[in-house]
Design a protein around this ligand. Sequence first.
Ligand SMILES: Nc1ncnc2c1ncn2[C@@H]1O[C@H](COP(=O)(O)OP(=O)(O)OP(=O)(O)O)[C@@H](O)[C@H]1O
Ligand SMILES: [Mg+2]
Length: 305
Amino acid sequence: MTTLIRAENLVKKFGDFIAVDGISFEIEEGECFGFLGPNGAGKTTTIRMIHCVSPLTSGTITVAGLPASVDNRAIKAMTGVIPQEITLDIDLTVRENLMVFSRFFDIPRREARTRVDELLAFVELETKRNSKIDQLSTGMKRRLLVARALLNRPRLIIADEPTTGLDPQARHLIWQRLRQLKAQGTTVILTTQYMDEAQQICDRLVVMDKGKIFKEGVPNRLIEDEIGREVVEIRIGMEEDARLIAELGGAACGHERVGDTLYFYCRDGHDIRKRLVDLDLPAVVHRPATLEDVFLKLTGRSLVE
Ligand SMILES: Nc1ncnc2c1ncn2[C@@H]1O[C@H](COP(=O)(O)OP(=O)(O)OP(=O)(O)O)[C@@H](O)[C@H]1O
Ligand SMILES: [Mg+2]
């Protein structure tokens, strides 16, 4: 595999505030790489530096060997960005939004028309081609942003929280499209606060918080290494912890208290759940471990506050 993006000791300051605090990472051509982290972690700030709209305070980024300095046209030409904010021109129709955007890349008109038709089909918006933006649902607007990001046939797609606020069906459609692009060889960078989303589409990811990367790896491996396979949650008062943990002493599970919940992290949670049910405890939840558990364990906080 070849490395498409290489970032070393990347720092971004806004005045005295350090939004990105000396992070390093490498993204391989053709993979889907995720930045997972809560609000304010520094995800958007990081990717804005990658696609050359925000200057680095210090450190380096290269994309395909080129330095990511502000307005590097070669990098912009090979990149498609699905921004976190919905930035569509509300005075134009769906189709016109795409046609106008195609001019930024100097795509000839006839070619642009063909691509716009193809892309409207790709995101299932053909029937809305002549609708104004305010006649679209949020999910449709996000799909239009996906189509817009693909106009220049990019080698790299950057999707900044592309499914925030969408219903499950709309989320799945966007996930499918991102996977389809990856299958065609496109490199995908995804930022998200949703661990299920990261698990669904990322080959590798970094977990960020407060401008720093504190974990990196393959989603399932991170879960396996940090948590195990299963989680049993019990909603009980903290004063019960010691007694319960002693009572379950034989179970080969790690445990942790976060807020109103006592968590047991296990290879197999069936045994422990059965014993908890026998003890007649309220609200016992038994489920597969997720990236949320990794985040919770490492920070003591939940990803979505
Ligand atoms: N232009 C700016 N001026 C000052 N501070 C900024 C600016 N842009 C971002 N920040 C700050 O930098 C930090 C990181 O912001 P960023 O938008 O990168 O977070 P994020 O991980 O994308 O969060 P979210 O999930 O909410 O989108 C935040 O504390 C934010 O307030
Ligand atoms: Mg953001």
